[in-house]
Ligand binder design. Structure first.
Ligand code: HEC
Length: 253
């Protein structure tokens, strides 16, 4: 019995190991991010640029269902700007008094919708693969932000000789299995940055990955700040308790 369990376990480990190896045939670059480390913070201008890339490019296929337009206030936008972003979206609402669903302009309280009415329609428009919701993508993949940046920039390359790519697929060095049903979405100057930053493919990929880290964990900064406060509190408490201990036991030495 033990042997069977051990056998199954090692087979599983082997299978899992080789699967990840196959997926990581090109090492993921070790990008540095402003939100790394215990003092990590988001970079507001990068978040705004990343949102611009999402809005002008990615939102043609991907939704952000866990983010409402009004959450974008965190990025430094004011109410009028947020109303304008929301108004660009078409949202299905209802039912109305006749029991019919209807379409209306988006409002700040709406979540960022998919451009497709449902997953089947999305798949039909994308050669059979549904563009996934991107809200939690930065958390759903190992080294999420770096993976997304690499996937969108230097991941797209010519397939090695003999590697078969079907119609509607592209070769991507970082995508598990290397066949991705998303054509390279970025080209140089795909957007014209409002802050004048040069819109190279790598800059846009980095900015949108930064933005997707925010969508996956909007409270990252608060979490880290609370952590620092807790550690400081514990240090002070340790000092106080040590002083009290010395005072209480002083006569017994
Ligand atoms: C024309 C439609 C289209 C556009 C535009 C597009 N994507 Fe995609 N994307 C897809 C499809 C389809 C898939 C599913 C690919 C697959 O499963 O093979 C996908 C998958 C992804 C994935 C998931 C990869 C994984 O590991 O599963 C990420 C991340 C992603 N896209 C990010 C983006 C970002 C960021 C942008 C904007 C810069 C963008 N996409 C623009 C269609 C699109």
């Amino acid at each position: 019995m033990k042997r069977v369990v051990a056998g199954v376990l090692s087979a599983a480990i082997l299978a899992f190991g080789t699967q990840t190896m196959a997926a990581e045939d090109k090492a993921l670059p070790d990008f540095k991010w402003s939100f790394d480390g215990i003092f990590g913070q988001f970079d507001r201008p990068a978040l705004q640029r990343g949102f611009q890339v999402y809005r002008e490019v990615c939102s043609a296929c991907h939704s952000l269902r866990l983010i409402a337009f009004r959450d974008l206030a965190d990025l430094g936008y004011d109410v009028e700007q947020i109303k304008a972003f929301a108004a660009e979206a078409t949202v299905v609402d209802g039912p109305d008094d006749e029991g019919e669903m209807f379409e209306r302009e988006g409002r700040p309280s709406d979540r960022i919708p998919s451009p497709f009415p449902n997953a089947k329609a999305a798949a039909a428009a994308n050669g059979g693969s549904t563009p996934p919701d991107l809200s939690l993508m930065a958390k759903a993949r190992p080294h999420g932000p770096s993976y997304i940046r690499a996937l969108l920039s230097d991941g797209y390359e010519d397939a090695p000789a003999g590697f078969e790519i079907l119609e509607g697929q592209s070769y991507n060095a970082y995508f598990p299995g290397n066949r991705i049903a998303m054509a390279p979405p970025l080209g140089d100057d795909a957007v014209e940055y409002q802050d004048g930053t040069e819109a190279s493919v790598d800059r846009m990929a980095a900015d949108v990955a930064h933005f997707l880290m925010w969508t996956a964990e909007p409270k990252l900064e608060q979490r880290k700040q609370t952590g620092i406060k807790v550690v400081l509190f514990l240090l002070v408490l340790t000092g106080i308790l040590y002083a009290i201990k010395r005072k209480v036991w002083a006569d017994l030495h």
